[in-house]
Design a protein. Structure first.
Length: 198
């Protein structure tokens, strides 16, 4: 259920962003967002793989009471996800123009998408953290925090940021999406630290 809710939340956020961009920016902004969303989906696949690979390892070892193995697996997964995110974000920022050029040929739309991707890359650096923490809670039989991270982050953080920063135009929307990922990752790690200490 947390995974389903996370997917539903992403769909709702995409609908809100599309509506906001249509209301605040030119038509090129919608095309730019579509391209950035495709690239984001592609770059998120390894994060999903890390999360899904971690779940059985944590679940089996937690069930056997092997706490040290659980903590080791968690540490490796978080480090791997963060390292991959940082490298991917740097590559997206550096190669934004040629990557966007694979999908777009209009100069105005390409320029908008390039600027958008460079801003969004800041959030993509840590985009794998929240899903990974939610997967950890699921694997250890704690659905409530997994729900909070999966749907709460979208409803309480990302959507309000998108609405609030839309007044600054398309740049505000891109900034809201990046900031939403950063805030969500920080809160997910804080929740993990607090609940692990209990």
């Amino acid at each position: 259920m947390p995974s389903f809710l996370a997917g539903m939340g992403v769909t709702l956020l995409a609908a809100l962003v599309n509506a906001t961009l249509a209301a605040t920016g030119p038509a090129t902004a919608l095309a730019a967002y579509a391209v950035c969303a495709r690239l984001q989906t592609f770059t998120m696949m390894p994060h999903i793989g890390i999360s899904q690979g971690l779940q059985p390892i944590v679940g089996y070892n937690a069930g056997r009471g092997l706490r040290e193995r659980v903590l080791r697996a968690r540490s490796l997964a978080l480090r791997g996800s963060l390292l991959y995110g940082l490298v991917t974000a740097a590559l997206l920022a550096l190669l934004a123009e040629p990557l966007v050029g694979l999908f777009l040929h209009d100069p105005d739309t390409t320029g908008t998408a390039t600027r958008a991707l460079r801003i969004l890359a800041l959030g993509l650096a840590v985009a794998g953290i929240a899903p990974l923490v939610a997967a950890l809670f699921q694997a250890t039989g704690r659905p409530a925090p997994a729900y909070v991270i999966s749907i709460g982050a979208v409803v309480l953080i990302k959507m309000p940021l998108a609405v609030a920063l839309a007044r600054f135009g398309t740049t505000g929307v891109w900034t809201a999406l990046a900031a939403g990922e950063l805030v969500t990752a920080a809160l997910a790690l804080l929740l993990l630290k607090r609940l692990t200490a209990q």
